[in-house]
Design a protein around this ligand. Structure first.
Ligand code: FAD
Ligand code: SF4
Ligand code: SF4
Length: 426
């Protein structure tokens, strides 16, 4: 049997690109995404380096295309549970969780959020804000249709009788009797685009994350700067006097432990420095780095522009940096290029953390029967054989599921994976 329908796992920029390219050749694509929205990590950023393009302007048309393309069957709140067979003839079992809100009837008016009595930390917003048990992760989510978290919904977890959201919805879009489903798919090839996660900053106590409130991760600052984020783009400190007057960015946190360079942290650190100067023109910014990774034909120009904005670059081995302090101010102890100890006071510290394998990599690698590399990402075959091939014919990798990379390289790899698929199933 030679089935040429394709399964794509993960609807980030890489998975969406691969799905659209395949769908536009007439192939049927099943796009499985575990969250209630599509777009992956890049929808968290206001702008993207190197050209500081508006991220939403770049990605929203692709999201809309994915939602509207008749050849793409999008399964959200869904994960792969079992894969059997071989190239041309895979049988895949997908668990699709109930959304409890109709994608057809909901118009995204938001009237159901306010009456919900449950408040939860919003993980999409890096826990910087709260959401209700019926929620969209952020304004502008696509699809703009909420989902209900059954673990916290009082009616669904049986803690209390509640019908408040159902009563608030004038469109009859909420159905609390919705059920999880198991779906069996028959496909000929699989593209894995399940992306990356960020190393846990709690594992690096010397930088004070979790102890000192004004130590942030880079992803938190992405959301603070974003106009659809928890502060609508206002840079405010967790504790203390409103906006910071000085900020230190510490690069390469986690690089030694992970044993690789995440290849985009220098660039996103520069982006954050640029963001912060844009919002707070008088702020002093210090960039602590052990190395600078600024490859390719576009990135040096970006680096030069950032230097011209007056950012102070300080060479210092990252493993010797210590952050101390209190709710009001932070002190950074570091060793300069001559190995001399120095100190610097600052209001805010931002950690540029290593990108690591996505949370589901181990379970997916088991279901798919493909290997992980020593670093935890999915293992591709040697570059001579094809950088998007896995150890199993018919299963291909793309984007950060294969290793840390920027958006441009994620898209290039999506195109390569599609090329491989097309070479099997014309
Ligand atoms: C702080 C920060 C800032 C950055 N800024 C930039 C920038 O300005 N410019 C740039 O070029 N790059 C930037 N990058 C890198 C950029 O984020 C990545 O290149 C890009 O997001 C990779 O896309 P992806 O589709 O491979 O992965 P992701 O964006 O991680 O998407 C993966 C998708 O797969 C889904 N998924 C995961 N597991 C499963 C599963 N088991 N089943 C189904 N679905 C699953 C996820 O929910 C997600 O939707 C930045 C990175 C960081 C950390
Ligand atoms: S039914 Fe659940 S989601 Fe709806 S308002 Fe009540 S607690 Fe919130
Ligand atoms: S479920 Fe109903 S109330 Fe909630 S956003 Fe959709 S249409 Fe509006």
């Amino acid at each position: 049997m030679n089935n040429s329908d394709i399964l794509v796992i993960g609807a980030g920029v890489a998975g969406m690109e691969a799905s659209l390219l395949l769908a536009n050749t007439g192939k049927k694509v099943y796009l499985v995404e575990k969250e209630s929205l599509i777009g992956g990590n890049i929808i968290k950023y206001e702008d993207v380096f190197p050209n500081m393009e508006c991220s939403t302007c770049m990605i929203a048309p692709k999201q809309q295309e994915v939602l509207q393309n008749e050849n793409i069957e999008l399964l959200m709140l869904s994960t792969v549970e079992k894969v059997q067979g071989e190239i041309g003839d895979f049988t895949v079992t997908v668990k699709k969780k109930a959304r409890y809100v109709s994608l057809v009837d909901c118009i995204g008016c938001g009237m159901c959020y306010e009456p919900c009595p449950v408040s939860l930390k919003n993980e999409f917003e890096q826990n910087l804000s709260e959401k209700k048990a019926i929620y969209v992760p952020c304004p502008g989510s696509l699809p703009n249709v909420p989902a209900i978290d059954p673990e916290y919904c009082l009616q669904l977890n049986g803690k209390k009788t509640c019908n408040a959201c159902v009563e608030a919805c004038a469109f009859g879009a909420i159905n609390l009797s919705d059920k999880d489903e198991k779906i069996e798919l028959k496909v000929g090839a699989i593209i894995v685009a399940s992306g990356f996660d960020i190393v846990d900053p709690i594992g690096f106590p010397q930088y004070g994350y979790g102890k000192h409130p004004n130590v942030y991760t880079a992803m938190e600052v992405e959301r603070l700067y974003a106009s659809n984020g928890p502060t609508e783009g206002k840079i405010t400190l967790r504790k203390g006097d409103g906006t910071p007057n000085s900020i230190a960015i510490i690069q390469c946190v986690g690089r030694e432990q992970q044993g690789y360079c995440s290849s985009v942290c220098c660039m996103y650190s520069f982006k954050l420095a640029h963001y912060l100067k844009d919002k707070l023109p008088n702020v002093k910014i210090y960039d602590f780095h052990s190395d600078l990774c600024i490859p390719g034909k576009y990135y040096q120009k970006f680096f030069q522009d950032i230097k011209d904005e007056g950012i102070n670059f300080i060479y210092s081995p990252v493993d010797k940096i210590k952050v101390e302090g209190n709710e009001k101010s932070l002190s950074i102890e570091y060793y300069n290029g001559k190995d001399e100890k120095e100190k610097l006071s600052t209001d805010m510290v931002i950690l540029s953390l290593a990108m690591i394998q996505g949370k589901d990599t181990a379970s997916l690698s088991k279901f798919l029967g493909i290997e992980q590399d020593k670093r935890g990402f999915f293992m591709n075959q040697s570059i001579q054989l094809g950088s998007v091939d896995t150890s199993k014919p018919g299963i291909f990798l793309t984007g950060c599921a294969e290793g840390p990379k920027d958006i441009q390289s994620s898209i290039t790899q999506a195109e390569a994976a599609v090329g491989k698929v097309m070479s099997y199933f014309q």
